[in-house]
Design a protein around this ligand. Structure first.
Ligand code: ZN
Length: 373
């Protein structure tokens, strides 16, 4: 639409020269092509350049793989042959998709619900160890392009701590990705990580200095009363985000971040439902007087202990809201491959009308700092 196009071009022109300079100052101008693209023949930065080249150095961190042991119970199982083929492959096809989307590095993780959906603790321990070894073996073939997140057997917090330590210190992983609550012992259980038995695990996460990605999972079939008659709501359209938002708010409200203030948790899908609702959370806590255990306003934890990715939520209005709430320094690019398309994500992100300096930070600048890449 003409109006939108005008806004887009005006915004991008206005920030082009600043964006390149800002990135250079930050030491993150791997995007030298962009600087070249806006350089006029005179050698000065041209603020009326017609367009920027797509960013080729993106880092994406909600990207998934499968193993035979869990794929049949995973969210890939009913998504068709193409998704099953793509998610199983850690090789040239995945690298080609990354190239198509301008992604230089992917941090990949086991598809949900993964280890969290294995009620037997001993089985969860064995499968997580196998999944992490398998991932390490495969990413070693592409050391510059592929990195790993650990899958963790949170059915046993002590075993999860040990496995995370092994993955970071021996396998060189970048952190962990856990798929929401864990089923423990019985299939019909949902255990959340704000509970006291997980405090030693969180101490390990903080001590290792790595982020934990809190990835969504669906509410269990026996706990879907609000969804009855509306199967379309249960999964990624809404249920995953609602479930994960509540889990994240439980962590924030539990006092976890008062005890371990250096913890860093990552939320996907532009923060699930949290950033949009965060003002009202604090507002209603004050108004009603029903207080959580945490010492600070809930929004403080969102801004100081959380990072938010763009996975599967390619919507500029929502991105702008997230940047406004938490700042561009806490937003990270992601796709949610192969459930989402690398090209679709790039097409949106490379052209979204945001400040060029923010685009560079979100594409790769922030991730390079967070993961020391
Ligand atoms: Zn995902």
């Amino acid at each position: 639409m003409p109006t939108n196009n005008r806004t887009d071009h005006f915004t991008r022109r206005g920030f082009i020269s600043w964006g390149a300079r800002a990135a250079a100052t930050l030491g993150v101008l791997g995007r030298s092509n962009a600087a070249e693209a806006v350089r006029a023949p005179s050698g000065k930065l041209d603020t009326i350049a017609s367009d920027l080249l797509p960013i080729k150095e993106k880092i994406a961190l909600e990207e998934h793989f499968s193993i035979p042991e869990t794929v049949d119970s995973s969210y890939a199982a009913h998504r068709g042959a193409d998704v099953l083929r793509l998610i199983a492959e850690i090789g040239p096809d995945r690298i080609a998709e990354m190239d198509r989307g301008g992604v230089e590095t992917c941090i990949i993780s086991l598809v949900a619900p993964g280890i969290q959906g294995i009620p037997s603790a001993s089985q969860a321990i064995n499968v997580s160890r196998h999944a992490n070894d398998y991932l390490a073996e495969n990413i070693a073939k592409y050391p510059k392009r592929l990195k790993g997140f650990a899958a963790l057997p949170l059915q046993d917090p002590q075993a999860a701590s040990q496995e995370l330590t092994r993955c970071i210190k021996e396998l060189g992983f970048c952190g962990a990705l856990v798929n929401g609550f864990s089923q423990i012992g019985e299939a019909d259980t949902a255990v959340y990580y704000d509970l006291p038995q997980y405090r030693p695990f969180w101490a390990t996460v903080e001590q290792l200095g790595v982020p934990l990605y809190l990835h969504p999972r669906e509410p269990l079939p026996t706990r879907r009363q609000a969804y009855e008659g509306h199967q379309w709501l249960v999964s990624s359209a809404w249920g995953l985000g609602a479930e994960t938002s509540i889990h994240a708010l439980r962590l924030m409200g539990s006092g976890l971040f008062d005890e371990y203030p250096k913890l860093r948790v990552i939320l996907g899908h532009l923060g699930e439902c949290v950033p949009f609702g965060i003002w009202r959370v604090d507002h209603r806590i004050v108004k009603t007087g029903v207080r959580p255990q945490a010492k600070l306003p809930i929004s403080r934890y969102l801004r100081e202990n959380f990072y938010i990715t763009t996975s599967g939520n390619f919507r500029t209005q929502a991105l702008t809201d997230v940047i406004t709430e938490v700042g561009a320094d806490r937003v990270l690019y992601s796709v949610d491959y192969p459930f989402e398309d690398m090209g679709d994500a790039a097409e949106w992100f490379d052209h979204a009308p945001i400040a060029e300096s923010d685009r560079v930070k979100i594409a790769f600048g922030n991730a390079r700092q967070v993961f020391r890449l």
